[in-house]
Write a protein that binds this ligand. Structure first.
Ligand SMILES: NC(=O)c1ccc[n+]([C@@H]2O[C@H](COP(=O)([O-])OP(=O)(O)OC[C@H]3O[C@@H](n4cnc5c(N)ncnc54)[C@H](O)[C@@H]3O)[C@@H](O)[C@H]2O)c1
Length: 310
């Protein structure tokens, strides 16, 4: 019989790609989402392929009418512009929202995966970041609602595992990009594409030499799926370890789009990490997973998407 999955946050960038992957694998897929940062456009084509979507805020007193084999909790605003606009809602989503899902996973005996983040490492003092690294996080800074919310979400997941033997998984997602990101999302790759496609100079912060490693969305959701199928219940990093400086990324995007307006430099925002790179040895060893898309290929596919909407 086909497996049944619930994706919380299924109308978001990553959630919609995960729903798509699960449908390809012949799952029966239901998504819940309150569209706070997601969109109907992301899921409309999937609804036509059989996705069932319900408008639910996971922080509310909701009750799932059906049972699932697998619950993926990807519901959370995730972009720096959201941290400014709705910090309390972000904390509530990680705390009350995730608890609601854990409780229902326990009742229906479902396996549940929590989408955590590389932000639990904060501005890391170890490079690259292994899962054992405990992080360097500000509890009071502008990103703390997200970083500390996700740390609490991980702790809550482990508490449900220890106290109630709920079958849990935790993925630490590193920077991911691709089609269906919001153009006004505030994250670097959508920012660069929108500026480049409008013929404007790309905005870099600091000296532009800070690095990030970017994972293409298809690789990321395949890693998340592989983790759900595995027996590993401790956190696993899923990301692409190849590092690029912001300047290198800006150059590639200007080249792809034919933008001749160059770049401008602004001061670095508070608490913005200087380096971020996953150690993915655990994912390779346990899941047999490694990213397949290089930056050039991923940016070409992302360019096609932004060209169609900007
Ligand atoms: N994109 C990345 O690079 C990245 C990196 C690390 C972790 N993550 C995590 O992956 C998940 C998905 O991120 P994304 O980039 O797709 O963001 P996104 O904003 O596109 O998707 C999040 C989705 O969750 C929904 N949502 C938020 N709060 C909700 C609530 N209380 N109830 C119901 N739905 C709610 C939003 O409407 C949206 O559709 C998030 O948990 C995020 O923290 C993403």
């Amino acid at each position: 019989m086909a497996k049944k999955a619930l994706v919380a946050g299924g109308a978001g960038f990553m959630g919609s790609h995960l729903c798509e992957l699960l449908l390809e694998k012949s799952y029966t897929v239901h998504a819940i989402d309150n569209l706070v940062t997601g969109s109907r456009q992301n899921i409309q084509p999937l609804v036509e392929k059989g996705l069932n979507w319900l408008d639910v805020d996971i922080t509310s007193d909701f009750y799932l009418n059906e049972s699932y084999d697998e619950i993926y909790n990807l519901a959370s605003p995730a972009s720096p512009i959201d941290f400014e606009k709705m910090p309390i809602f972000i904390l509530e989503t990680a705390a009350r929202g995730h608890k609601n899902l854990l409780k229902q996973a326990r009742e229906m005996n479902a396996r549940i995966l929590y989408a955590s983040t590389s932000e639990v490492y904060g501005d890391p003092l170890e490079h690259p970041q292994k899962e054992e690294y405990r992080g360097n996080v500000s509890t009071t800074g502008p990103r703390s609602c997200y970083d500390e919310g996700k740390r609490y979400g991980e702790a809550l997941t482990m508490a449900f595992r220890r106290e109630y033997a709920v079958d849990t998984r935790i993925v630490r997602i590193f920077n991911t990009y691709g089609p269906r990101m919001r153009p006004e999302d505030g994250r670097v790759i959508p920012n660069f594409f929108v500026q480049a496609l409008k013929g404007k100079p790309l905005t870099l912060y600091g000296d532009g030499k800070q690095t990030r490693s970017f994972c293409y969305i298809r690789d990321e959701v395949e890693g998340i799926f592989a983790l759900m199928q595995s027996k590993e219940f401790m956190p696993v990093n899923i990301g692409n370890p190849t590092e690029f400086s912001m300047i290198q990324i800006a150059e590639k995007i200007n080249q792809l789009t034919g933008n001749r307006a160059g770049m401008i430099f602004k001061p670095l925002p508070t608490d913005d990490p200087i380096k971020r790179k996953p150690d993915i040895s655990r994912a390779k060893e346990i899941l047999g997973w490694a990213p397949k898309y290089d930056l050039q290929k991923g940016l070409e596919l992302t360019h096609d998407y932004f060209k169609s909407i900007v």
